[in-house]
Design a binder for this molecule. Sequence first.
Ligand code: FMN
Length: 386
Amino acid sequence: MQVFWFIPTHGDTRYLGTSDGGRVFDFDYARQIASAVDSLGYEGVLLPTGRSCEDAWVTASSLIGATRNLKFLVAIRPGIASPALTARMASTFDRLSGGRLLINVVTGGDAGELEGDGFFADHAERYAVTDEFLRIWREIFGKSHTGESVDFEGEHLRATGAKLFFPPVQTPYPPLYFGGSSDVARQIAAEQLDVYLTWGEPLADVAEKIADVRTRAAKLGRTLRFGLRLHVIVRETEDEAWRAADSLISKLDDETIARVQAQFAKMDSEGQRRMAALHGGRRDRLVIAPNLWAGVGLVRGGAGTALVGDGPSVAARLREYADLGIDTFILSGYPHLEEAYRFAELVFPHLPRRVREKLGGHGKVSLSGPIGEVMANNIVPQASQS
Ligand SMILES: Cc1cc2nc3c(=O)[nH]c(=O)nc-3n(C[C@H](O)[C@H](O)[C@H](O)COP(=O)(O)O)c2cc1C
């Protein structure tokens, strides 16, 4: 089990749908979150891509020096930059960070937004571009270790003599993550990706996706890993956690929800459609499974569900997903700095021992005790009996 956190390059908040409690995303804040989660022992951080975010590459690059072990899962869009250029950026980042790069391949589900970036293609064409992009990208990296170059003639993309003079630290290339719920996305994942990601849907839906992608991959003699992306709202008691969930949407008005849902409905993303269907835009249908709450998705695109509860129950729910085959959890919570600490303090101790030993295992922070302030110069705190 690997636990990742999230860098909120679109800004942070205490209350969705309003600027009350809003927090500016700037370098100092990004560094605080990155440094905190690095110290706490999270495996890495996801940096999203899109016009509503600060750029993922630039932000991640700025944080290499502020962190020691943290990996950067940088989202890229195949349609808007050439494979060779993106490969060069990835290789440079991997070298400069000492092998700490992971790539999240994002095809995109909003045609209007992509047109703004100069990429005009429908859902099928977009995935055809992703498919070709990945073929060139992987070949460029594969050959970079022997100094060979690549010629590629696809229907959408071409390259002649593409070559990486400086190969990455990781071989053959930084691992490729990917999310997409449509049929074509699942097929590409099975053929070319290392880790298939899904947003936090209920267990049965996640199980279906894993089984489907696994079967497709097996037919090609491949295996891949699976990851889950969702929010967390963890407090010392269940009641407190549910109050925090209510508070997060307490300033959100119905008109804003309707406006945002109408925008989502225009997208051609199957993943977004599945997220919206979980709550149907209704505040009274937000608890969709034990401890699983769809309130974030009322106004946030993409990951729209949160695990809400105390440490033991959230850890138990994560274990249920792990039992289905999920080994990577990409989490976030509002505000991202405070919730990163809360999750580490309240949930890490309830994760399986082998995960706990790795989390916080960088020699700087131990969450397994004795921890807390030493009293009267020589008395160390004891673990609570409760
Ligand atoms: C974990 C995860 C992270 C994603 N990150 C982004 C992102 O940063 N930017 C973006 O535009 N889309 C993102 N997506 C959306 C997908 O990459 C994909 O474009 C979208 O789901 C549409 O594909 P579909 O119709 O196959 O579901 C993400 C999806 C998942 C599952």
